[in-house]
Design a protein around this ligand. Structure first.
Ligand SMILES: Cc1cc2nc3c(=O)[nH]c(=O)nc-3n(C[C@H](O)[C@H](O)[C@H](O)COP(=O)(O)O)c2cc1C
Length: 326
């Protein structure tokens, strides 16, 4: 029987499937259910530092597919009033489960919350994931200055905690490889590719703004797949892929591209936690067929630097594939 365990940021996971930060990990019963279902680790629901969300941008009237999208904006209140509840959840999860527990903070600044990171560590979290996303709105701020924010947040947190720190980022950078390398210079332990966001929309009947939120779709996997493959070879830390992962086959693809683990949310809401053991069984079956004993035997073997025909990762337009459908 092949060994499906993997290492992520120095943490040993029984398999590469991590339940992503979401309502699926928001309380102790949910975290215990994730462990029972066979998850390799959990990332707890984020505490939000979303200052902008303190103002009501009309979200109350907006239509969303899932009430949790609403929480996604307003959960910052938990950071203001419920940080003790959060550290209590970490403590309880560490007592009642034996899988790694990764805390999560949503950050838009490095100003006032990093002390909380030390409390997260003191409560026993195995690692901390920083969900960082800053929207560029100031015309005088250039790309480099935006990137500096990520570096400042990471450096500040690393100076406060000894546990591994991951950043969960968006794909919207001019030069993602450069940012990823710079994060490595600042001792990043793991990078989650990528976060997925609610989106603005317009109700043309009411002529009003609204926020939409849908589950990810299967074809969204290609973006994390491309960037995992492009960067996994040279980064000094682990990559964890997220967005659009729906099946054992998807997990295997990302491992071949060089990810050390994956995070799932939408598919677990859509199909339930029972998909986790199915996916682990699918990975095990494939490893048996391919004669692999452990994940490291094949991880990264189809990364950009190791695949024979790596140009596939670079092609993005006007190639034969597009001509085929024209
Ligand atoms: C209902 C819901 C709530 C989420 N809440 C959070 C959150 O609090 N913090 C966070 O970093 N990501 C959050 N996410 C994003 C997920 O962790 C994940 O990165 C994203 O959904 C992409 O994975 P998927 O394609 O499997 O859904 C949420 C996703 C969903 C669907």
């Amino acid at each position: 029987m092949p060994d499906c365990s993997t290492s992520y940021m120095g943490l040993r996971l029984r398999n590469p499937i991590i339940v992503a930060s979401s309502g699926l990990t928001r309380n102790i019963d949910h975290v215990m259910a994730c462990e029972r279902a066979g998850a390799g680790a959990v990332v707890l629901k984020s505490l939000f530092e979303e200052v902008l969300a303190r103002q009501d941008y009309g979200l109350k009237e907006s239509t969303v597919d899932h009430t949790e999208a609403y929480d996604y904006y307003y959960a910052h209140l938990e950071l203001l009033y419920g940080s003790k509840d959060y550290t209590d959840l970490i403590r309880e999860a560490k007592v009642k489960t034996s899988i790694p527990v990764i805390a999560s903070i949503n950050c838009v600044s490095a100003e006032w919350w990093p002390d909380f990171a030390a409390q997260v560590e003191a409560a026993g979290a195995d690692a901390l994931e920083l969900n960082v996303f800053a929207t560029a709105t100031d015309l005088t701020v250039d790309g480099r200055q935006m990137e500096e924010l990520y570096y400042r947040i990471l450096t500040t947190v690393k100076s406060k905690v000894g546990i591994p720190v991951a950043l969960k980022i968006s794909p919207y950078f001019s030069s993602l490889p450069n940012v990823a390398v710079e994060l490595g210079r600042r001792d990043l332990d793991g990078l989650v590719l990528f976060n997925r966001f609610t989106q603005p929309d317009i109700d043309i009947k009411e002529r009003k703004l609204k926020t939409t939120f849908t589950w990810s779709s299967a074809d969204e996997i290609h973006l994390p797949l491309r960037w995992t493959a492009m960067m996994s070879h040279y980064l000094p830390y682990d990559l964890c892929a997220s967005t659009g992962i729906k099946s054992a086959e998807d997990v295997i693809k990302l491992l071949l591209a060089g990810a050390s683990s994956v995070q799932l949310a939408s598919v677990l809401y859509q199909k339930g936690l029972d998909i986790i053991p199915e996916m682990v069984a699918g990975i095990t079956e494939w490893m048996t067929q391919q004669h692999y004993d452990r994940i490291d035997d094949f991880r990264g073997s189809l990364s950009f630097h190791r695949a024979d025909d790596a140009a596939h990762y670079l092609r993005s337009q006007f190639m034969e594939k597009i001509r085929e459908v024209e």
